[in-house]
Design a protein. Structure first.
Length: 199
C-alpha cells in the first residue's frame, strides 16, 4: 500500500501560485459563477457511467474548468475499467461567498480570502470521495495521482476527516495528457508517494 498523499502548506501555496500564473480568478458569488458558466469558462462535471457527482451539490456547483473535466473523464474511465465501479465527485467549483459559509461548518475548509485560499474558488479543483473504496482502489488512486503530480500536471492532497482526494488540475494536463502506462512507470521509479511531499 503506497503511503497517503498528505497535504502540506507548501502544496497549498503551490496550488495558489499556479492558479495565479494561469490567470484563474477567484469566483466571487453566484452571479459571477453563472456568468462564467454562460461564457463556458466552466463546463459541467462530465457525469457518466464511470463518474457520479454528489447529489447534495447545488446544480451550479457541479462545474469545473475544461481541462479538469478532461482529467475527470480520463481518470474515471481508467478506474472503472480496472475496478468496475464509478468514481464520485463530492465537491467542485465554489464561490468566495459559499466558502465563507463552509468555513463555519467544516473545520477542514481552507480560507476564502487572503493570499492562500481554497483553490476550489477557481473551478480547477475537485474532490473525489474515498468512501466505499477498498485498499486496492486507494492504492491505485495514490499511484496514478502521484505520477501526474510529479509530471507537474496536478497537485493532490488526501483528506481524512471528510475522506477524499482533493485534486487541483493544471492547464498542462489537457495540453499534454499522460498515458496510464507512463504515469505508473513514473510513480514506480520515484519510489512511491513520499516524493510528492518533498517536491
Amino acid at each position: 500500500m503506497p503511503a497517503p498523499l498528505k497535504g502540506t502548506l507548501e502544496s497549498l501555496q503551490r496550488q495558489n501560485a499556479k492558479n495565479e500564473e494561469e490567470g484563474l480568478e477567484r469566483i466571487l458569488d453566484e452571479d459571477d459563477l453563472s456568468d462564467r458558466i454562460a461564457h463556458k469558462a466552466l463546463v459541467p462535471v462530465p457525469v457518466s457511467s464511470s463518474l457520479g457527482v454528489n447529489a447534495d451539490l447545488p446544480e451550479t456547483h457541479r462545474y469545473c474548468r475544461p481541462w479538469t473535466a478532461t482529467f475527470l473523464t480520463d481518470l474515471s474511465q481508467a478506474f472503472s475499467a480496472r475496478f468496475k465501479e464509478p468514481l464520485q465527485v463530492t465537491s467542485a467549483v465554489r464561490t468566495v461567498e459559499y466558502q465563507k459559509r463552509l468555513m463555519h461548518v467544516n473545520g477542514n475548509a481552507t480560507a476564502a480570502e487572503g493570499d492562500i485560499v481554497s483553490p476550489h474558488l477557481t473551478g480547477a479543483t475537485i474532490d473525489i470521495g474515498k468512501n466505499g473504496m477498498g485498499k486496492a482502489e486507494i492504492a491505485w488512486m495514490r499511484q496514478r495521482l502521484l505520477a501526474l503530480q510529479l509530471e507537474g500536471k496536478l497537485d493532490v492532497e488526501e483528506e481524512f476527516r471528510q475522506p477524499c482526494f482533493h485534486i487541483t488540475v493544471y492547464k498542462s494536463y489537457a495540453a499534454d495528457p499522460v498515458s496510464p502506462a507512463t504515469t505508473a512507470s513514473k510513480a514506480h521509479k520515484t519510489g512511491g508517494v513520499q516524493a510528492a511531499v518533498k517536491e
